[in-house]
Design a protein around this ligand. Structure first.
Ligand SMILES: NC(=O)c1ccc[n+]([C@@H]2O[C@H](COP(=O)([O-])OP(=O)(O)OC[C@H]3O[C@@H](n4cnc5c(N)ncnc54)[C@H](OP(=O)(O)O)[C@@H]3O)[C@@H](O)[C@H]2O)c1
Length: 264
């Protein structure tokens, strides 16, 4: 039996995870973390005996083999800063996006004692897309093909561009041998002037209930290539996160990615 604590257990992703855990015979939810503590029926509705606020997160982590974090950048930052001791030694599956460099540094430190997987997207399809994008960007050179990435998400998403759009932009930058920060261009407005060669454009659409769409356009003078992924249901991410949790538990300490899990 694999014991799991979910940080962000009351959110959209958290609830998608609790539904799948309830159906799985090899998984048990041992605790939850959210912005506000819940007990009684409010917690049991999500399959938890108790849900703790960040201050008491260590209590929610007791007995967990794996902690899956799908909360917010602020909550993840507070969790790793204030409860590193309680997290140490447990497998960490981080799905939260938009967190800062300080959080990334603590996660890197934790990886000396824990297997740590950070994934802006838990779907297999997106990682296959990233691989195809890398190949396409290498084959269709930056001098002749301009890359623009357009993503769309539901109106409640807190960060932009999405972590997945950045992952895809990284794939392009890697293929072209340039640091992303030097060529990234987020949106365009006003008198922008001519597009510079090698730029990677990132554009975020927000609205309605869109689960997650990413389109990578490679635009030449006389032809264009488009690569597109659409998540049809949030459960694709939840299933991927649980697949990653099963794969990660018991591994040696260190940093892992979804590409390791999928074998890409
Ligand atoms: N990797 C992937 O495949 C993937 C897929 C989808 C989403 N995501 C990411 O997962 C994260 C969550 O997305 P979502 O749509 O599920 O968000 P959501 O519905 O807004 O849920 C956020 C969760 O985090 C908790 N939370 C927020 N602020 C907190 C704080 N300061 N302290 C403690 N807990 C806090 C909320 O608790 P309360 O209910 O108590 O407010 C809730 O449980 C986002 O970063 C999103 O980008 C990743």
């Amino acid at each position: 039996m694999l014991n799991i604590t979910i940080s962000g257990v009351t959110g959209r992703m958290g609830q998608a995870l609790t539904r799948l855990i309830a159906e799985a015979e090899d998984l048990r939810l041992v605790g939850g973390i959210a912005a506000g503590a819940r007990s009684g029926n409010d917690a049991r509705r999500l399959g938890c005996e108790h849900i703790e606020a960040i201050d008491d997160a260590a209590r929610a982590l007791e007995g967990a083999d794996v902690c899956i974090d799908v909360s917010s950048a602020a909550a993840l930052g507070a969790l790793v800063a204030e409860h590193a001791a309680a997290l140490r030694g447990r497998a960490l599956v981080i799905g939260t996006t938009g967190f800062d460099d300080a959080t990334l540094r603590v996660l890197a430190e934790l990886a000396s004692d824990s297997p740590v997987l950070v994934a802006a997207n838990f779907s297999i399809g997106v990682h296959v897309l990233a691989r195809l994008v890398e190949d396409a960007a290498r084959l269709l050179g930056g001098d002749t093909f301009d890359v623009e990435i357009v993503e769309a998400h539901h109106r409640r998403k807190a960060d932009a561009p999405s972590g997945t759009a950045l992952l895809l932009a990284e794939a392009v930058a890697k293929a072209r041998g340039v640091p992303l920060e030097e060529v990234r261009r987020d949106g365009r407005s006003g008198r922008t002037g001519e597009r510079s060669t090698g730029e990677i454009g990132l554009h975020a659409l927000r609205g309605g209930g869109v689960v997650g769409e990413h389109r990578v356009l490679l635009l030449g003078e006389r032809e264009r290539v488009e690569l597109f992924h659409s998540a049809l249901d949030r459960s694709v991410f939840a299933a991927g996160a649980l697949h990653a949790a099963r794969w990660l538990a018991g591994r040696a300490p260190g940093r892992y990615t979804m590409r390791d899990v999928i074998g890409l």
